[in-house]
Design a protein around this ligand. Structure first.
Ligand code: B12
Ligand code: SF4
Length: 464
């Protein structure tokens, strides 16, 4: 049995920042592997960190398809089918465009695999596999432990990535989420005990929650953070603007939460409304930043350029805001209408999709006709934003915003370390020694000042 994560096209382009693709192991495939008979010979290969061996002859090949590895995935699938293997394709892109994927596979899978993959294995063993399985039963109850033993930990900076939920309670029009989870529940969590048990199984101290929205189910999240007390874990994760302002959940998280990915997306209320990002509307971004800053939690702000109300000033406005507010790192995206999203349907109806070359759907290229910007302006502005946000003067200026000197230093090392030491990352990857850098990451993620859990309610930010 062979599980393969083909390389995303951008991972092999000149934009390639090898470190970005050596962060996380293929968790989805390791999750599926848990359903296979442990006595079978199983191999998991990730083309981002190793050269694929295509000369073997597995019986069953399981391939995960994202949008920008789709062509590569089809090539590998065709190769193995020609060698007599039974090939399965699944994941986000197969769910968006099943008819495109189907000719390259013996069986395709729509949606998450926790219900359909075990069903397929039964049917396959009985000699009656279907051509197509569609996920309908959405639950994480009783899922078997992820086969982390198949992951070569030393090849990743963050081998301890974990997901304790699937999906998200919101409905942004540019997000894959509604399409991927169509036909069933689109937000559900593990049981708290099972999540805690999975965390216990992970060696080391540092965790990265890859959940779309770690604070999305407040009761679950609170019980999780309470259960994690005393484990001595430090962790990173993602959440929405409203969930950070909502109640004291973020204080509960702050005992171990060291950095958070926040989808600010745009500073324009009309653009937010247009993107269906209602959870951000009317919320004070300034207050979000202040609150996280008070708790010593670093911020990775996510921003999208090219929304219909964006004009040529949007780039400078966004970068200036991020630097002035002391955002630690920023991820900028060119708006990308993924097939299967409401945004894609809308743009297609308006005749604004200009290419269906999926390799270009990497959020760095302009694949549609923007409204108040030319495609060239949008691409130039996006490139400029990265350059401007990560120039030394911006890093110094943003780091200086924090009150505590420890936070200033942490900000500096985290941001500069991420973007300014490409050579060091490249070398560590080449000599397969990324694990040696992990203690440094943990040091940068050490706490700033008092822990939130130690605070009395009276000292919590007054803004709530
Ligand atoms: C880790 C991650 C990455 C890694 C991916 C490599 C890796 N090692 O996994 C890196 C850092 C490289 C990355 C890059 C990017 N990412 Co990313 N990433 C994620 C993240 C946070 C977690 C993925 C994960 O592990 N999920 C948990 C596992 C359990 O779920 P899963 O992988 O989906 O697998 C399940 C199913 O898909 C299914 N399945 C999958 N394959 C198969 C195959 C078969 C045969 C079967 C039966 C089932 C099956 O079964 C699994 C179990 O249910 C997701 C968000 C999320 N929470 O999923 C975003 C996400 C996938 N990324 C996203 C984006 C936007 C990007 C970037 C464009 C960001 C950028 N601007 O650079 C790039 C490029 C992605 C691309 N071109 O498609 C988007 C969607 C992209 C899309 N529509 O293709 C997501 C969904 C985040 C979001 N909410 O917007 N990403
Ligand atoms: S909040 Fe994030 S994960 Fe949820 S629908 Fe919006 S973009 Fe997608």
């Amino acid at each position: 049995m062979k599980l393969i994560l083909p390389a995303l096209t951008e991972a092999t382009s000149t934009y390639w920042r090898p470190i970005k693709y050596s962060l996380f192991p293929p968790l989805g495939l390791a999750t599926l592997a848990a359903y296979l008979d442990p006595d079978l010979e199983i191999e998991l290969q990730d083309e981002h960190v190793q050269k694929l061996d295509l000369s073997d002859q597995p019986d069953l090949v399981i391939i995960q398809v994202y949008i920008t590895n789709a062509y590569r995935a089809y090539q590998i699938a065709d190769h193995y089918r020609a060698r007599g293997a039974y090939v399965l394709l699944g994941g986000l892109h197969v769910t968006s465009l099943p008819d495109e994927a189907a000719p390259h596979a013996d069986t395709i899978f729509i949606g998450p695999g926790e219900d359909t993959f075990p069903q397929f294995l039964q049917d396959y063993a009985a000699g009656r596999p279907l051509r197509r399985y569609v996920s309908k039963t959405r639950t994480l109850l009783g899922i078997p432990p992820v086969r982390r033993d198949l992951i070569e930990r030393r090849l990743y900076l963050v081998p301890n990535s974990i997901v304790v939920s699937r999906g998200c309670p919101h409905h942004c029009t540019f997000c894959y989420k509604d399409g991927f989870f169509a036909g069933g529940r689109s937000f559900y969590t593990q049981q708290v005990d099972a999540a805690l048990a999975e965390i216990e199984r992970l060696p080391g101290r540092h965790l990265y929650f890859l959940d779309d929205h770690l604070l999305g189910h407040p009761r679950f999240a609170r019980a999780l953070f309470q259960g994690m007390r005393g484990m001595g874990r430090i962790f990173q994760g993602a959440a929405t603007v409203d969930s950070i302002l909502r109640d004291d959940l973020i204080e509960e998280a702050a005992a171990g939460l060291r950095s958070i990915f926040v989808g600010f997306e745009t500073l324009s209320p009309s653009a937010l409304a247009g993107a269906g990002k209602r959870q951000n509307l009317g919320r004070s971004y300034r207050e979000v930043v202040r609150r996280l800053d008070d708790l010593g939690i670093m911020i990775n702000g996510s921003f999208v350029f090219g929304l219909d109300s964006d004009d040529p000033d949007v780039f400078a406005r966004t970068v200036d805001w991020g630097v002035e507010r002391g955002i630690t790192t920023a991820t900028f995206h060119v708006l990308t209408p993924y097939p299967g999203t409401a945004l894609f349907a809308e743009m297609e109806a308006q005749g604004r999709i200009v290419t269906r070359d999926w390799d270009l759907y990497d959020t760095r290229h302009v694949v549609y006709r923007p409204s108040r910007l030319s495609p060239e302006e949008l691409k130039r502005g996006y490139d400029w934003a990265y350059e401007a946000f990560y120039r030394w003067s911006s890093i110094f200026q943003a780091a200086a915003v924090h009150r505590s000197s420890k936070h200033k230093l942490k900000h500096f090392f985290y941001s500069a370390g991420w973007k300014k030491f490409e050579g060091v990352w490249g070398l560590a990857i080449r000599i397969k020694q990324l694990s040696q850098i992990r203690p440094l990451l943990e040091a940068v993620l050490s706490p700033v000042g008092r822990r939130a859990a130690d605070r009395s309610p009276a000292t919590l930010p007054a803004s709530r």
